[in-house]
Write a protein of this length. Structure first.
Ligand code: FES
Length: 124
């Protein structure tokens, strides 16, 4: 059965910010990305670091040496332990396609979020 957990008022998490909450014993990071809210488990699938305490960053794309383009600013979280990066919107790991030697399916658990009358809820 799905339960809804009250995260806080929408105004508590401005754009580009996050809030870490504990819901039913699970630590969850709730992010505001351009006015939309996303929630992921605050546990890195690599070795269990508190993923959401890592920096929020951009996807850095490069077309060649010295050419860097920051894309999707604020949509990527970087684990503080070994710098694995995850897409906050999907939970999927970010892998540089040029460096990939095999395909990974490493994801961090994500949760549905709704905003009702300016209050944010995570659905578990
Ligand atoms: S524990 Fe997150 S990258 Fe290693």
């Amino acid at each position: 059965m799905m339960t809804s957990f009250f995260v806080g008022k929408a105004s508590e998490i401005p754009e580009g910010e996050k809030k870490i909450v504990v819901a039913n014993g699970r630590s969850i990071g709730v992010y505001n990305i351009e006015g939309q809210f996303f929630a992921i488990r605050n546990t890195c699938p690599h070795q269990g670091a508190a993923l959401c305490t890592g920096i929020t960053t951009a996807f850095i794309n490069s077309s060649g040496p010295g050419n860097f383009v920051h894309e999707r600013e604020g949509e990527i979280v970087r684990c503080p332990w070994h710098q694995w990066e995850f897409d906050i919107k999907t939970g999927h790991m970010i892998v540089d396609p040029k460096k990939r030697t095999k395909s990974y399916d490493v994801t961090v658990e994500r949760f549905d979020v709704s905003v009702e009358e300016s209050e944010i809820y995570v659905h578990l």
